[in-house]
Design a protein around this ligand. Structure first.
Ligand code: IMP
Length: 496
């Protein structure tokens, strides 16, 4: 007979944290949010750590190079999506590793044959008003000039005016040579009252732009997640099909960590993938997704460096409706964390676990951590920001961004969902949707992190480990959920 679990499958919204004693030294600013990313043995340090317990989802609509740079600069990490060609994924990884704080690869470029109309269209598309003019209209072509809002007057200039007629030509530009430090570039910017400084090589090819507003970049991002060579840290998602070709390319592009991306990780395909990587390469690799002790132990024994937990909880996910498999995210994290702790007791090896999907409120992150997760993975949360790769569109009076599941027809990521046989999705496990546009990643993440710190301070926990060991959590009734929001008052219209 089938095993029927006596416990109900629960999700984060069914729990609340009870406050513990907050001591004077447990202030939000004193709270340490660093957390292990990969396994380590007792007495040793993990080979890779995160400075904040947050990673972005392995999804087309979330984790590209731009988002990865923004997130690593705040202390977290992105896994660049794997549902693209090996080449384009490796290029994205390379871009993150090559990123130098304050040195921006120009995303708005034209050639001299473009027109004012093209310039306006580009400005609208990228939101940037500094446009590089290069011989081939690419970010790395020979620099011929720069166009900014000061170079044209929309009320006077015809839209078909050629860029060559109104750009500031190269001869009149101040430029920096490749190899210049950020502080040297800033000195030039200040001395000559510039807004930006193009950085070129000996052949006059454009490499970066340094902007006046970024001059204190490093001060604004003290938590940046850096490798020993001071480059940003980045991960990549892989599948159980083309790993023999994909993994070497990603390693060539200097990726820091991999994660096998699968909606159901308790499979022989995943075991074989992890084992092969561990036997043939020197790279950390996580596995998942699982929702119980059995799945966790299977991946640990296969060699996983961390394990991702969660099936069916993602905001765009319809796996539970389509296939009837999954588990409430809280129940899954609680059981896997228990198995992880038992394994640690027995072997002295600590396997970090990641709670993936279903985070709706910021306090859910603290709940996931308190229940034993070492970090969380989020998709919907990041899809809302400027840095995510999806389109921003106007709906009614507000802006939204597109957000689609990897199991939707749109993503066509059949490697993540198919269990071995066919090369096509037979049915969808995810939807195509909109999320409210929310602006810059850093602005939003700063608020989320201060809420996390404040909740941890109420729980009297100065670190994630302390939170896991000392927090007290209670199940809430549906009636007390109503009590948790504003109630029995007439709300004033929001003024903002
Ligand atoms: P969210 O943060 O609640 O939006 O969940 C993101 C997570 O949902 C991802 O990290 C994946 O684990 C999962 N996911 C992504 N695409 C799909 C899909 O199409 N169907 C089911 N789950 C998905």
């Amino acid at each position: 007979m089938a095993i029927i679990y006596p416990d109900v499958s629960r999700t984060f919204s069914e729990f609340l944290l009870l406050p513990n004693l907050t001591t004077r030294d447990c202030t939000p600013t004193s709270i340490d949010l660093t957390t292990p990313l990969v396994k380590y043995s007792s007495g040793n340090k993990p080979g890779l750590k995160l400075n904040i317990p947050i990673v972005s989802a392995i999804m087309q609509s979330v984790s590209n190079d731009t988002l990865a740079i923004a997130l690593a600069r705040t202390g977290g990490l992105s896994f660049i999506y794997g549902s693209q060609s090996i080449q384009t994924q490796a290029d994205m990884v390379r871009k993150v590793k090559k990123h130098k704080s304050g040195f921006v690869v120009s995303d708005s470029n034209v050639s001299i044959n473009h027109t004012l109309k093209d310039v306006i269209a580009m400005k609208e598309k990228t939101g940037h008003s500094t446009i590089a003019v290069t011989h081939d209209g690419t970010a790395s072509g020979k620099l011929l000039g720069i166009v900014t809002g000061r170079d044209y007057r929309l009320s006077r200039d015809p839209l078909d005016k050629k860029v060559s007629e109104f750009m500031t030509p190269f001869e009149e530009l101040r430029v920096g040579q490749l190899g210049i430090t950020l502080s040297e570039a800033n000195d030039i910017i200040w001395e000559y009252k510039l807004n930006s400084l193009p950085i070129i090589d000996k052949e006059q090819r454009l490499h970066y732009l340094v902007f006046r507003k970024d001059y204190d970049d490093h001060k604004a991002n003290p938590e940046q997640l850096l490798d020993p060579q001071k480059r940003l840290v980045v991960g990549a998602g892989i599948n159980t099909r083309d790993y023999k070709e994909r993994v070497p390319e990603l390693i060539n592009s200097e990726v820091d960590v991999l994660c096998v991306d699968s909606s159901d990780g308790f499979t022989e395909y995943q075991r074989d993938t992890i084992k092969y990587i561990k036997e043939n390469h020197d790279i950390k690799v996580g596995g998942g997704n699982v929702v119980d002790k059995e799945g966790f132990m299977y991946l640990v024994e296969s060699g996983a460096d961390f394990v991702k937990v969660g099936i069916g909880g993602g905001s765009i996910c319809i796996t539970r409706e389509q296939k009837g498999i999954g588990r409430g995210q809280a129940s899954a994290v609680i059981e896997v964390a228990k198995a992880r702790d038992e394994y640690y007791e027995k072997t002295g090896i600590y396997i970090p676990i990641c709670s993936d999907g279903g985070i709706v409120h910021d306090y859910h992150i603290v709940l996931a951590l308190a229940m034993g997760a070492d970090f969380v993975m989020m998709g919907r949360y990041f899809a809302r920001f400027d840095e995510s790769p999806n389109k921003k569109v106007k709906r009614g009076n507000s802006y939204v961004k597109e957000y689609w599941g990897e199991g939707s027809n749109r993503a066509r990521n059949w490697q993540r969902y198919d269990l071995g046989e066919s090369a096509n999705l037979k049915f969808e496990e995810g939807v195509d949707s909109y999320v409210p546009y929310a602006g810059k990643l850093k602005d939003n993440l700063d608020v989320t992190l201060s809420k996390i710190r404040s909740t941890m301070s109420s729980c009297g926990a100065k670190s994630i480990k302390e939170l896991q060991e000392t927090s007290r959590i209670t199940v809430v009734s549906s009636t007390s959920l109503i009590e948790g929001g504003a109630h029995d008052v007439i709300l004033k219209e929001s003024e903002y």
